[in-house]
Design a protein around this ligand. Sequence first.
Ligand SMILES: [Zn+2]
Length: 248
Amino acid sequence: MEVDDIISYLDLVQAERGTLQKGMNYRFGKTYSVFLMSIRKGAPYADELDSETGLLIYEGHDEPKTATCPVPKNVDQPLQTPKGSWTENGKFFRAATDFSSGLIKEPELIKVYEKITKGIWCYKGFFELVGARIVASNNRKVFKFELRPVRKKVFGSRVVLPVNRLIPSHVKQEVWKRDHGRCVLCGDTHNLHFDHEIPFSKGGSSLTAVNVRLLCAKHNLQKSDKIMSFVPWIISGASVTGASFVSN
Ligand SMILES: [Zn+2]
């Protein structure tokens, strides 16, 4: 699965070999956790990019609605359950502080999927949990988890990716509606992908729907074939033939 691929909920369950019933799933996979993002009611954007740190911010989760907690939005997000075990907020908060205090060397790896519309999801890739904060929001405490996009390489090493490569959820939702859930070139409704029309690597923006469109797998592949080319470079007077591979 590639970043920005559009999948069904069933594809998601098959990829993770299990049903995800909550948004935050600590160590759902053997070596990684899973976050589901979906636009919260009343929130302008599901994902918030922190302009100071350049990180993606994921908000923690509320207390479940029960007889003793009828309005979860009125109480602090919980670190522990009433029985004293860690909530998912607590597990991730501990993982983040263990990393920032140097107790663990590598940050927790989190795979992120985001909901586009009912039954339609998008794979957002892997992230590292590099920080967590508890902040005051409308007179209560909420968790803010700081994520840095990474690509996993063979043998497990990771490369940090630029955060502005990420297409925000609200842009994806706009594109999905505008393109009617179909490939803009052939109308196919299967194996779709969010494509940067001008590739990110060539300066194309992720932040506006104008540069993003839906392409099917076939047309996405044809596009990468076209862009992948051998380009002669002239470097400081010497002529060198180099391979230039540009992916979107
Ligand atoms: Zn197509």
